[in-house]
Write a protein that binds this ligand. Structure first.
Ligand code: IPE
Ligand code: IPE
Ligand code: MG
Length: 247
């Protein structure tokens, strides 16, 4: 049996959780409702969870809210999803700000309507000095695109002689990702029973613990989050190392 109290084992503190909030469409379809009703319910679930996390010690929470690949969906659905982000920022920003939450939105701003870009910039600016939960919202996000974007930035800097290509390392690469300055997730949770990463945080998840939750996102809550965290705490993170007792 593994001895989880090994000195050699990296302590399983949890500072950053990433969430793939999947299953809204199925939640609605199973009730005979249009898909957007599932997204609206999903937003309610998120709002409740953020309230329940108000006094938690969690430092970083990253949410997958809209993938670049989601533009493949019917226009009716993508418009509703844009509308929900507007609603989230307009309705919830002041409460999040008063709870000392810092907001940062990661992803491409290119395809997003201008008024949403303005809302995002406003939310980031308002909360930039907050010291509570760091809420990273992946919106219009693609893990591959983030990596290509970082590569382009580094290539341009090296063509100008600002970076020596031979000195490119993890630190330089990470500082060019959208998530620069935010530690890698300790735990990634995906709701909705699918067992895949779907182009989320491809660089950052290298050593994250993965947890698949069967329930659909609208049915997720703080209790289920606590169960995932307990499961995380029972795991042995080794980062490629070997525990002392197995040496
Ligand atoms: C996740 O729920 C929310 C977004 C992708 C925006 P889905 O809309 O993917 O719901 P399912 O997976 O189809 O049930
Ligand atoms: C991932 O879910 C994106 C979000 C939760 C925002 P998808 O529903 O888009 O992923 P796939 O299509 O099942 O892989
Ligand atoms: Mg889905």
């Amino acid at each position: 049996m593994k001895n989880h109290s090994s000195n050699n084992e990296i302590k399983k503190q949890i500072s950053h959780i990433a969430l793939i909030m999947d299953g809204n469409g199925r939640w609605a379809s199973s009730r005979g409702l249009p898909r957007f009703k599932g997204h609206a319910q999903g937003l309610k679930t998120l709002r409740k969870l953020l309230r329940d996390l108000k006094d938690s010690k969690l430092e970083y929470l990253t949410l997958f809210t809209f993938s670049i690949d989601n533009w493949k969906r019917p226009k009716e659905e993508t418009s509703k999803l844009m509308q929900l982000l507007r609603k989230f920022i307009s309705n919830d920003l002041s409460e999040l700000h008063s709870n000392n939450v810092r907001i940062r939105v990661i992803g491409s701003r290119r395809e997003i309507p201008k008024d949403i870009v303005d809302l995002i910039n406003g939310a980031e600016l308002l909360t930039v000095n907050n010291t509570g939960l760091y809420l990273q919202i992946a919106f219009n996000y693609s893990g591959r695109q983030e990596i290509i974007n970082a590569t382009k930035k580094i290539a341009i800097a090296s063509s100008k002689g600002e970076i020596d290509p031979n000195k490119i390392n993890n630190t330089i690469f990470e500082s060019n990702l959208y998530s620069a300055g935010v530690p890698d997730p300790d735990l990634i949770i995906r709701t909705g029973s699918e067992k895949r990463i779907s182009n989320f945080l491809l660089w950052q998840l290298s050593y994250s613990e993965v947890y698949f939750e069967e329930c659909l996102w609208p049915d997720f809550d703080k209790n289920k989050l606590d169960i995932a965290i307990s499961d995380y705490k029972s795991r042995s993170r080794r980062f490629g190392n070997v525990l002392n007792e197995y040496r």
